[in-house]
Design a protein around this ligand. Sequence first.
Ligand code: SF4
Length: 413
Amino acid sequence: MKQSRKVYVPWYLRSFQCAGAECQDACCGLGKALNIDQKTYKKYRKVQDPSFRKEIDRKIQRIRSGATDDAYALVTPSESGNCPFWNRDRICSIHKKLGEDALPGWCASYPRITNIINGRWERTGTLACPAVARRALLNKGPLVLTEIDEPNLPFRGVYGQLNVSHTSEPELWAGYIERTRQFVFSCLQSRGYSVDDRMLLLGFFCESLARVLPDDRAKKLPAIVEDMDSFLMEPKTLKINYHLPKRDRRNLQRDLLDTLSEFNQQNRFYQGFSQLLTQSFCGLDAGSNAKTKRDKAYYDAEGTYYHPLIQEHEYILENFLVNRVYNMVFPFMTPNPFDQYITLCLTFMLVKNLLVGLAAFHKEHIQVEHMVELIQTLTREEERNSSWLMNLKQKVIEGQNDNMAAMAMLIKC
Ligand code: SF4
């Protein structure tokens, strides 16, 4: 076996340091139940310190039915939503007493997300971690991965895997995956276009891919890419055929935001995200039923505060999207590429809309810190519990809006 393996990582993970007790939104408060693998659980059973052993027995439950090697026992969050091992000094007692190697796989790898794509190891960070979010989002250059060597030890916590070795034509399919991803990254980083237009181009690409039968995708990809590449080589004005008059184009956005607001009112969101949502809705007077009034507030804030901010800091939205497509192995995590595009579009629309609301709330004081905090808390809320995002998506599908015309209205209207 090789002594080391190559892993592709962005610059921001190379010298990443957890903020520890200083972190303002620590992962130990994520409110998630954590699976403990069998090996780690057995390590805990060997703890000699009687009081720590008792603590472990009290806070970790064996999974009695349907346990696997990876999900052998469970740590459930306390009522406050924090990990029960996170003590008053904001220090993890497992880490303190047993060291980093004894942490459950999820904690040991967080905030890193490791994917293996046809044998290529890639590692990016989640923007739910405030330290990652700042570094990843505020870098003005394009987000690229470069190679490092790491010891070839068994690894806990691979998030996504793609492997075409079992297919009848592995080389063809490996080329398909590589070329598709190349297009996705160049499209999202194509700075001759606004980020909105890049999202539209990506949508047209995913829509074209989805139109082809899955078995034919690898063979038909070159023609699709060739067609789309011409847009990247020479930026053009994109023409969108909206099916609705301008006054109705914001209907879908407004409906989705109202659903989000209902979730918030039922106290389903954690405090960090909930506060930003409240400010954003308040900025646009989103409690009002008067559509015209809300839309006027939206367009005013967009023109006066949002556009100037984005003109200078559009790279933050780009970094958000690029980091996300790395994390999600886009567009291969769902059988239909357009399906994963809808999720991406929804999160992009939320960031943009909520930011316009924050701009309306803070007016000339809106700044990049608000953008970073919004993206960080939204990602964290999604990691904590993504059912609200799935609900929004369901709403889009039920309303027969799972098409490019509707996505265009979510992106720009
Ligand atoms: S969220 Fe990030 S910085 Fe904060 S405690 Fe977790 S890993 Fe450290």
